[in-house]
Ligand binder design. Sequence first.
Ligand SMILES: *[C@@H]1O[C@H](CO)[C@@H](O)[C@H](O)[C@H]1NC(C)=O
Ligand SMILES: *[C@@H]1O[C@H](CO)[C@@H](O)[C@H](O)[C@H]1NC(C)=O
Length: 265
Amino acid sequence: MLFKLVLLILSAIAYGKQIPIPTRPEGYGIIGSPDANIIVEMYLDLLCDDCQASWPTIMSLVYYYDTRIQFLIHPFPFPYHTNSFLVNQGLHVVANVTEGAINLIKKYAQLALQHQSTWYNEATMNMTITEVIQSVANFIVNDVQVATVDRVMRLMQDKDINERTVISWKYACSRGVFSTPTFMVNGVYVSADPSWTLDNWRSVIDPLNPECPSVCPRLQMGSSTDDSRLSNLIHIHRQQAKELKGEDVVNEFCKDKRRIKVINE
Ligand SMILES: *[C@@H]1O[C@H](CO)[C@@H](O)[C@H](O)[C@H]1NC(C)=O
Ligand SMILES: *[C@@H]1O[C@H](CO)[C@@H](O)[C@H](O)[C@H]1NC(C)=O
């Protein structure tokens, strides 16, 4: 009996492998607000054509909800898209050289999706793996316009960045992801596909009431952010800001996606 128990424990140790715990929560929050109470996650393979097809609607979704949701992407390269691991590793490289600049991570994802056919299996049949890596590095330097080719080439072969790409892949596996794009809202699988429109998405998200109050005042008063969508920034005096009620902030500013900058003068 005891022997059986020991065997059982030993086999649990042997088979119940611990997935490496990432050093930060997985996924790149490429737009939206980290304070939002609705998190939309997209598991994507940058060489997957359905991901390419879904992207425009997903961008209209994130612009529509703006700071009322947080949007995260999880790169999930497929083995049968032979170069996918490298192109997805490029995302981690861009995150590294830009120290996590969300607009550049988004730019890489978006442009890589657009140019994905460059790295399809058939298109790269006669290339060596070094040539493919070089092509991803050139793309990062010329199209995304970050870093130098030397630096990107080094990072494309960096052990730690390779490990990060592996961990994010394993993480997606641990969430049961096996196809892309896979979407989750607050951690729950949503059966969205590339044919979904913004209205389809709204029918899922609107009933969850992604309202402003808990998010907007806290997030947007006090300081401006380096967000390129700040065109409708409004300056208000500190004293005025103190007198604003939560609902004024929601009605006057959040719904129109205006940003508030509090000033002293
Ligand atoms: C970028 O990668 C290098 C090499 O792994 C590492 O030393 C460095 O800390 C990383 N920087 C960031 C901002 O992640
Ligand atoms: C690869 O090389 C073969 C043989 O030279 C050629 O027929 C084919 O068109 C090449 N494919 C590409 C994508 O360049």
